[in-house]
Design a protein around this ligand. Structure first.
Ligand code: FEO
Length: 394
């Protein structure tokens, strides 16, 4: 049965949520599921703005048929040709044989790569428009937000920005499609950050370029492909994006990340956290990198100004989960953080040297002294060294 909503006059949400999914992109845990937004514009011509993931295609097709109410589908704008938004293209072409696919040249080429079909395509580029009747769609290139083919679309009549993956979030959206109908700061900001950082965090320069183009538009609504529709307080999300895209921390405080085999590095992490608290640092966070998913660790590293990495030495290297985390931080282009290092080893501690190599290869990262080296467990002299590190960090 259909489940739809007119989110902006003439613009209908026909998406769906998947609450069974465990891992988005088969890598990111989504304990609260995932939403896939798709929109239909009803005008002299009918136009679908992207589609949905395979997992919710049946619901999507029911929704689409209901909103069209017997009309044909004239256009499908493929802003982003990733399969979580495009799986229904072959089905849509069967159902609506005269359907025209509107997308960048790269998007149309990708349709062929994924589905081995020819489509009746309208190739668009930055500055092109598509008249639907009273609505005119204006296309804006947004390469690498999140793939190279991405375009976003501005409907000048309603002031709606169809923003593709930008401004989305992890989590199924049910009941309240608008961000102003939920406590977004309390319940959604962390998942929006984790989504941003892990999906497009690497491409801060490209996101900044998109934000600059968007600032020239009179945007009244933001309609992303995941998460909530924004119709009020748009700066809540756009200001966050400006920070995330420029790798500016949201919080001036310390996040401690430790990799511990037998609990002694963990003990040092808790001691350091206590010392920071004693020095007046609020909102200190401590994470066990073996237990916390890397997507959450990377997200917190984007949030915090000061990061401490504490690792056991393992096979003369960084402890594996810490190594994976640091590699991910580098791959996401994190920059401009103050960092502290603590290593542990029972005969030849090596982790600080190896961690410093990775951190030094990232942009504008400072490693404060002293770096601390533990021999198996914290003793009186390493307590003093942890105190010195805490003081240097603040
Ligand atoms: Fe939601 Fe990059 O796809």
């Amino acid at each position: 049965m259909y489940n739809v909503k007119e989110v902006v006059p003439d613009i209908w949400w026909v998406g769906a949520s998947d609450r069974r999914i465990e891992l988005f992109e088969n890598v990111y845990p989504v304990p609260d599921g995932m939403s896939y937004n798709s929109y239909v514009i009803l005008d002299s011509k009918t136009c679908l703005m992207d589609g949905v993931d395979d997992s919710v295609t049946r619901q999507f097709m029911d929704n689409l048929e209901h909103v069209l109410a017997g009309r044909t589908l004239d256009y499908m704008v493929v802003q982003h040709m990733e399969p979580d938004h495009c799986s229904a293209i072959p089905m849509l072409l069967d159902r609506f044989p005269s359907l025209k696919i509107v997308g960048s040249a790269k998007a149309v080429q990708m349709i062929s790569s994924f589905y081995h079909i020819d489509v009746d395509a309208v190739i668009i580029k930055e500055g092109d428009t598509l008249e639907l009747g009273s609505h005119t769609l204006n296309f804006v290139a947004a390469p690498m937000v999140h793939w190279p083919e991405v375009m976003v679309t501005f409907d000048s009549l309603s002031g709606s920005l169809f923003s593709a993956d930008a401004f989305g979030s992890f989590g199924a959206v049910g009941g309240n499609l608008y961000a102003d109908e939920v406590n977004w700061e309390r319940d959604w900001a962390d998942e929006a950050r984790r989504y941003y950082v892990n999906i497009v965090g690497k491409y801060g320069a490209q996101v900044t370029a998109l934000l600059k183009k968007a600032s020239a538009l009179d945007i009244k609504n933001i309609l992303p492909l995941h998460g909530h529709v924004w119709r009020k307080d748009l700066s809540t999300i756009t200001d966050r994006y400006a920070k995330w895209a420029s790798y500016t921390p949201e919080k001036s405080s310390v996040a401690i990340f430790y990799g511990s085999v037998y609990g002694n590095t963990a003990n040092a992490a808790e001691i350091l956290a206590m010392k920071l608290g004693d020095l007046g640092v609020s909102d200190v966070r401590v994470y066990d990198v073996s237990k916390t998913d890397t997507s959450e660790l990377v997200s917190r590293a984007f949030e915090y100004s000061t990061l401490v990495f504490m690792s056991a030495t393992y096979n003369a290297e960084i402890f594996d989960p810490m190594h994976a985390f640091l590699t991910d931080l580098k791959n996401h282009n994190l920059s401009g953080r103050k960092t502290g290092l603590v290593e542990n080893g029972s005969w030849a501690p090596m982790a600080n040297k190896k961690m410093a190599e990775i951190i030094s290869s990232m942009k504008n990262m400072e490693i404060v002294e002293p770096s601390v080296s533990l021999m198996s467990s914290v003793d009186e002299s390493s307590l003093d060294a942890l105190s010195s590190l805490a003081q240097a960090l603040v």
